[in-house]
Design a protein around this ligand. Structure first.
Ligand code: COI
Length: 355
């Protein structure tokens, strides 16, 4: 076990297993949990500050049955990735953006949250402690899952008296079973992911439980995932269960504007900048479902999915298909983004953090 560490320190793990490359089928990583060596844990009482973060052996945690997260859903999560470069160094992609998003979410959910510095240093420490699990260059990435939860005991509805911040990691490959092949979406007309004034724009755990019913029904019918519409007009695109959506028409790339019901994705934001730098016109606005009929290409973005081309969208029984294979714009954006994330092209915007 490691001694407690100050969150600003970088930890060099000293353990006999640290140097050994795990026996994994690196060519066939999907998106599932693979237990790794260490997790990071840091606590804070209501009104206090997070302190004394430490790396512990990855394993189960103990919670009161009346913990706020279990009873009232006071929980947030984040997702980011670490890539191994050819020279064996490791790159993180925009970790401070995740830290800031967790702080915004914590404010909405009445939770204490780590500072940006604490968050980023904890991510670095966790990745370094699990370095052997970062897939070889070009074989995938280490998915990093920071969690913030109301861990203190409550009975009456109130903010939890204690908060726990945890980071665990898992090597991953492609999110969808289709790999990089286009996915098939179905538009959900009855169930909604988020409502105005609700929590759709923060990464709270309940948003993900709320989509399982529609997602399971879609998967049972052979679709890859669900695309949600706004709940007021049932007309405007919102997002897919676990990623944002983009529609391409000529040189114009449109994506639903952030307006409280859509998750402000870090990949979404990065793709908007990358696309503009490549000369595309990017519009953040209301995107009507009818625009899918006219689109040349549709793609999804997210940390887990990266960029996933959409092969078809089915709406009220009508299937709209987008050509054969991956669209040229989706392919171009995917290629630039992933080469940036893997350190294969110059990072002019300082998005990557090298470990
Ligand atoms: C991510 O892209 O990191 C997410 O948080 C989506 C999750 C449902 C896998």
């Amino acid at each position: 076990r490691f001694p407690s560490i100050n969150a600003r320190q970088t930890v060099s793990p000293i353990s006999k297993d640290v140097g050994e490359i795990p026996e994994l089928d690196w060519d066939n990583l999907g998106f599932g949990i693979i237990p790794t060596d260490y997790m990071y844990v840091m606590k804070c009482s209501q009104g206090g500050n997070f302190s004394n973060g430490e790396l512990k052996r990855f394993g189960n945690i103990e919670l009161s049955p009346s913990a706020g997260v279990l009873n009232y859903g006071q929980g947030l999560f984040e997702g980011l990735k670490a890539y191994r470069k050819e020279d064996d160094s490791i790159l993180l992609f925009r970790p401070e953006e995740n830290a800031l998003r967790m702080r915004m979410g914590a404010e909405r959910m009445c939770m204490q949250s780590p500072t940006v510095d604490q968050f980023v240093e904890a991510v670095k420490a966790t990745v370094l402690a699990n370095k052997r699990w970062v897939p070889p260059s070009g074989k995938g990435s280490l998915y990093i899952r920071p969690l913030l939860m109301g861990s203190g005991a409550v009975l009456g509805l109130a903010p939890s008296p204690e908060y726990t911040f945890i980071i665990y990691v898992s090597p991953v490959g492609n999110y969808f079973k289709e790999g990089l092949a286009p996915i098939n979406l179905v538009i959900e007309h009855e169930l909604h992911r988020a409502t105005p004034g609700g929590t759709g724009s923060v990464k709270t755990i309940g948003n993900y439980a709320a989509v399982l019913k529609a997602q399971s029904a879609a998967k049972a019918k052979g679709y890859s995932d669900v695309l949600y519409l706004d709940c007021v007009h049932k007309k405007y695109l919102e997002e897919v269960s676990s990623c944002n959506i983009f529609v391409v028409k000529g040189n114009v790339i449109s994506t639903p504007a952030i307006k409280g019901t859509i998750l402000p994705g870090i990949t979404r934001k990065s793709i908007i900048d990358v696309a503009r730098s490549l000369g595309f016109q990017v519009e953040e606005r209301l995107v009507a479902v009818d625009e899918l009929l006219e689109a040349d290409e549709v793609f999804c973005t997210g940390t887990a999915v990266v960029i996933s081309p959409v092969g078809s969208v089915t709406y009220l029984g009508k299937r709209i298909a987008y050509g054969n294979g991956v669209g040229v714009v989706s392919q171009q954006l995917y290629s630039v983004l992933t080469r940036l994330q893997m350190g294969l092209i110059e990072d002019k915007l300082n998005w990557t953090v090298s470990l």
